[in-house]
Ligand binder design. Structure first.
Ligand SMILES: [Zn+2]
Length: 145
């Protein structure tokens, strides 16, 4: 039997049931579930069924991961930010920790900048799913553990 409810979820913090500190840690927990590539709602179901494809619904709680076609496009922006952060970190490390020449730095930074979006794809998708869940995933009683 599905645990899915048709009544809209009412966020506890929106109703004033949770304190600000509880809301902060709950948001961190939901983002952490996305970073672990798990369902942001329950934290148990896997997000990806293969390297690049996600499940439509959570295997554990039946929460839908993508509510509208194209909704996952926002993960591109998260991926862009993560890749930029990775490249900036590589740049700062090569300039401050090692005394590399400019061609040596380029030989490190260009592969990092090119491979970064590929390496960050799943993490960005998981984070974006959590962000979408925080903004719109209001269909089950919350918190749902
Ligand atoms: Zn779930």
């Amino acid at each position: 039997m599905s645990r899915r409810s048709t009544r809209p979820r009412v966020l506890g913090w929106a109703a004033g049931a949770l304190r600000g500190q509880d809301v902060f840690f709950e948001i961190l927990d939901i983002l952490h579930r996305g970073m672990r590539l798990r369902c942001p709602c329950c934290g148990h179901g896997r997000l990806f069924k293969s390297a690049l494809r996600t499940y439509d619904r959570c295997q554990a709680c039946d929460e839908r991961f993508e509510r509208e076609p194209g909704q996952s496009f926002g993960a591109v922006y998260v991926n862009l930010g993560l890749s930029g952060l990775l490249t900036l970190t590589a740049y700062l490390m090569t300039t401050t920790l090692f005394s590399l020449t400019m061609p040596q730095q380029r030989s490190i930074l260009i592969p990092v900048a090119v491979l970064g979006p590929c390496l960050c794809f799943r993490l960005a998708r998981g984070l974006w799913t959590s962000i979408i869940f925080l903004g719109e995933g209001l269909y089950l009683p919350w918190p749902n553990r």
